[in-house]
Design a protein around this ligand. Structure first.
Ligand code: GAR
Length: 221
């Protein structure tokens, strides 16, 4: 029987899908309560994340983007998300810009994870950009998606050091661990509705803030 209280998450991905798997693990473990992933959509047939979804018995669809105009493509994806009654869309390594049509269809209900401390290093190869720039710290960001690239209000961020011997791969791996952690935190907060947005600031409510502190204290023992 379907639980009417359960919030439905739609995940869009283009590749490996480790962020999708982290979210799926968190839903299964109750770290994201009262939720289910009702659909995973990939624009690429060869995305390993699609197979991972199928292995987990989560409905998975491939909607190929090659040769399809941006808004026409987004209309197909939005239709599939609506069919799956999705409340929240999570971009998890979905390497496409969303059209204004898509953003309007799910306004305030789309999250993205990006492997840098935005607003530094938006766009492609964020870890490479961070290394080339010579920053000593980088990290990751979960943000709401608006019409501009990697630019919506920030829900969560985490910092990692850039070490002298780092390559793009070692830095990406260090950042990825934090991605998996903060994506869960951000989705949990957004689905709980215990926040407000003031200007660009996403502010947890006082209630959420104290629950967080209690949880933090419990974790630390
Ligand atoms: C992640 O590092 C994610 O932050 C990045 O792609 C990777 C996907 O990994 N996303 C972007 O760069 C978006 N601009 P995954 O498929 O294992 O989750």
């Amino acid at each position: 029987m379907t639980n009417l209280m359960e919030k439905k998450i739609g995940v869009l991905l283009s590749g490996r899908g480790s962020n999708f798997e982290a979210l799926a693990d968190s839903v299964a473990a109750g770290r994201i309560p009262d939720a289910e992933i009702s659909i995973v959509i990939s624009n690429r047939e060869d995305a390993p994340g699609l197979l991972r979804a199928t292995e987990r018995r989560i409905p998975a669809r491939m909607i190929p983007s090659k040769g399809v105009e941006r808004e026409a493509y987004d209309r197909l994806v939005v239709a599939a998300l609506n069919e799956a009654r999705v409340d929240l869309v999570c971009l998890a390594g979905f390497m496409r810009l969303l059209s204004p049509y898509f953003v309007a269809a799910f306004r305030g209900r789309i999250l993205n994870i990006h492997p840098s401390l935005l607003p530094a290093f938006p766009g492609l190869e964020a870890q490479r950009q961070a290394l080339d720039y010579g920053v000593k710290f980088s990290g990751c960001t979960v943000h709401f998606v608006n019409e501009n690239l990697d630019a919506g209000p920030i829900v969560a961020q985490a910092i990692v050091p850039v070490k002298p011997g780092d390559t793009e791969e070692t830095l990406a791996a260090r950042i990825l661990c934090e991605e998996h952690r903060i994506y869960t935190e951000a989705v949990r907060l957004v689905l709980s509705g215990k926040f407000r947005i003031e200007g660009r600031r996403v502010l947890p409510t006082a209630e959420e803030h104290s629950e967080e502190r209690l949880a933090g204290r419990a974790k630390r023992g």
